[in-house]
Design a protein around this ligand. Sequence first.
Ligand SMILES: *Cc1c(COP(=O)(O)O)cnc(C)c1O
Length: 380
Amino acid sequence: MTRIMTPGPTQVPEPVRIARSLPCGNPDLDETFADEYRDTCRLISRLLDTENETLILSGEGILGLEAACASLTEPGDRVLVLDNGIYGKGFADFVSMYGGVPVLYTRDMRHALKADELADYLEKDHNFKYATLVHCDTPSGMLNPVEELCPLLKKYGILTVVDSVSGMFGNRLSVDDAQIDLLCGGSQKAVSAPPGLTFVTLSDAAKKAMHERKTPIASFYANLCTFDGYYEKKWFPYTMPGSDIKGLRAAMDLIAADPELYDRHHRIAEATRRTLTDAGLTLYPLDGYSDTVTVFEVPEGTTDTAILAGIREQGLMLAGSFDVLAGKVIRIGHMGANANDADMEDVMAALDHTLRALGVPLKKDLLATYKDYANANCEK
Ligand SMILES: *Cc1c(COP(=O)(O)O)cnc(C)c1O
């Protein structure tokens, strides 16, 4: 099978696959399931450094984003949509769908959002119920400093909704320090469980906003209040996917037992960026580099499909991108279980071979250069 080195889904380690194959009872009738669910939620909160409650929802990462907007938005609410990437902009659709008025704060996709610029903007206009932000905008590999941006919004009482589906557990994030009211995560990025689950952390302020609405939430599946009191009542709004949750628990246990997690992501990401730029390739972001995904421009004279096909022939899968970046860039996902030197060395060898075969001049041998940087344990 092709080894996936994509920015989600990622490879799934054996303990996660084994956990998913264990017998599981009836989540609706087995009282122990509520404990299993709650313990997994509590572990996630702890790993994200927050006192806030976590809820795991059955559905892909997108469900978390939609549930946030469905549960918070009332008709006519102004919502500030921080947009310097494809997911950033995408939040506007969910806001509109639930009757809100998205106000786009649009900035250059090749730069991270800047705290001082946002502060200036908010001085003039801060009448927003909540704001949406993307920690790592995966299609462009852009990492935004949400830990600087959210406190600026909170100063004006604006609730903060952050999509860190592809950032969390690759780039360190403390939900409480960053003052994030509603954080969205997913199972299939750095968490390294298969796609199928999303989870959210909810502050008291976010819960209060949901409970004090004047209009009902226009959804059942995306209504976060349906989980109210689940533990006491031993009652979930729909049958929970027991095997998926066992797998997620195993993935979180691996994260909890990995003291090198963030250092390894950073070292591998840094070695990858340096290797590609030394060889003459161009990274898409000009700053704000994520430690979970590296995005570089398709070199002149070839295409993304030709590069991806060449890589596939060598048993590996990288990704192109989509929307405004379709055909323009290649993405290497070095997050979660993908973040290991052995796989990254294979990626570099395959990329070197493929690009040269396509007539792309490279100033360095990608594999040798990567090994030098990775071994040098490069600083910063
Ligand atoms: C992957 C991802 C999601 C979830 O998208 P899916 O299509 O459900 O996988 C949401 N936000 C970001 C930034 C992502 O990278």
